[in-house]
Write a protein that binds this ligand. Sequence first.
Ligand code: CUA
Length: 355
Amino acid sequence: MDWSFIFPIAASEIARSWDTLNVFLLVICVFFFLVVIGPMVFFAIRYRFKPNRKVSTVSHNFTLEVIWTAIPTIILMVIFWWGWVVYRQMTFDLPQNHKQVRVVAKSWSWTFQYEDGRTTTNQLFVPVDTPVRLIMTSEINDVLHSFFVPNLRIKKDLVPGLYTNIWFKPEIVGQYQIFCTEYCGAGHSEMLGKLIVLSKEDYELWTWGKEIELPPAVGVGAIPQPPGLVAKAPSSSKKEETGIQVAMLGDAELPSMSLVEQGEALAASRGCVACHSSEDRPGIGPSYVGLFGREVELADGTTVIADENYIRESIENPHAKIVKGYENVLMPPYPGLLTELELNALMAYLKSLEN
Ligand code: CUA
């Protein structure tokens, strides 16, 4: 249901689901406030102290105690179940045809890394009516941050060394406020960003590096923009410069390779491919092909899903989980040798090799 008359504009279906739950909680709270406080006030007056008033002693009432235990328990279970249903929808029920954007937080800015290889800072560009998955982390030596867009009612922590996920499908074109909502030091209150939801046509133009007019601000933090403000996407068209330096990674101006291509270049330049084949054959280490998302059998008999967090651990601490059938050879650990943006590019490359 749409509750925009009492809450900030809800720009997605999940936002409306949260609002409905919120209204349910509010109604329950008001109801029990009246049920508890009303009689309390009445009794306080009706049975107030008077000299010579005799009071009967009531030690307990079994029926009453069962009722006031059972009913709140049931209500709490309903609240838990309802919250879980919407949380699951927001976190896991990701539609197949989604876009992916990788987010790296640091004190005190947001970096967004797109599949076509571009990065933007503090501005997240997405097309309207399209599911977008955010794969988020914080710089390794940084602190916790939390990504919050009030008008989408989504909020998720970004943790150094860990990847967290969230997705949304914005329904209204406009600019929305992004907050950091976890206290992260002196600049916390200025760790702001804009989610810029473009019409599909404008998004297409943006991806081609054309100038577009920014949509109006919507909802929370909607400070009127000066008219005619123009956003120009960093161009990513020049594919002929194949000899690009990996140092170009993260440079918002001119990434000439897609994220997957950047990852492939990294796997070559950092020597990964010497042991890990990008064809479907085992080397000294396991092949990359079909790795991502697969259930991996480990030497100790346990299994693990090869997601971002597993792959990151295997890069930074190669001896933590040894794949069944492989020796615990001396792969050099890579903590700190790859930037967050480079790790993201590698992940995207591995993901592109999933079968
Ligand atoms: Cu980042 Cu608060």
